[in-house]
Write a protein that binds this ligand. Sequence first.
Ligand code: GLA
Length: 334
Amino acid sequence: MVQDRPFGRIGGREVTEFTLANANGAEVRAVNYGGIITSITTPDRQGRLADIVLGFSALDEYIAGHPYFGAIIGRYANRIARGRMAIDGRIYQLPVNAGGHHLHGGRSGFDRAIWGVERLDSKGIVLTHVSGDGDQGYPGALQVRVTYRLTDTNELIVEYEAHTDRATHVNLTQHSYFNLAGEGGNVLAHQLHIDADAYTAVDAELIPTGEIAAVEGTRFDFRTAKPIGGAYDHNWVVNHYDGALRTVARVFEPLSGRMLSVATTEPGVQFYTGSFLDGTLIGKSGRPYVQHAGFCLETQHFPDTPNHANFPTTLLRPGERYHSRTMFAFGVSR
Ligand code: GLA
């Protein structure tokens, strides 16, 4: 087993970097600060290994602030308009941390929590976190488990589970930024396919209007693979949602031949192209992370669901089990 290593300390607590490795040379590293995936190493079509996610080599750089590189996002991925939500007729005001709205669980979301860790074996870990009643304004104590498992066929399986003791809204995701050519450079020439006929239309502040808009005839139509080409920060309504795992997106990087396919049990995927990166953050290999240095495929329920009765619900009640699964499959093609 590859040695786990100390990754630094925060508030007197040790953070460890865990390495999941298989016999093909693929490797995933993750730390128990924010559940952050710090690196994913996979072979290209010549068998050459490269790290294909953005991140840093030291804990201090993550603590200093970053746009959610590799982190687990919770209690609620993406935005809740003006931080307001109602549950059973009672209004909750969540703190606003992004232009007047609540983003990614608030200022101190799950991406900044120190998670408990259980080692499963050389290819798996379970991260655990308890978000107390009232944490970031949300009702109910939420017990969360996230499992990272690397398979022998180069798939990373992320499984989420949660239970609450009072009704609350939950929407968990993984915020890795991929660059299949190897981190550094931009991803605009990557070819993307998304199996979605529609996306959730948003206003100028990226808040859903409630409209489920057809991609037909728009730049949001990735039903036939095409180069990423520009900026996106939107939620696609993926086809065939019934809670079973199915492939929703595929990305191909022509030079390396690397492919990523994303399968999920979730109804949506936020496709974000790192538009806010501006070259000021320097990555683990010493290169600046310029605009579009990575893309995220954040499998999720739709943004701002608590305020839209026509979206699949994110409400979790006591006695129910939140369960969600996403699989990132890494491969190559000619
Ligand atoms: C999500 C949001 C974006 C941005 C990024 C991280 O994708 O939708 O607006 O916040 O996370 O910066």
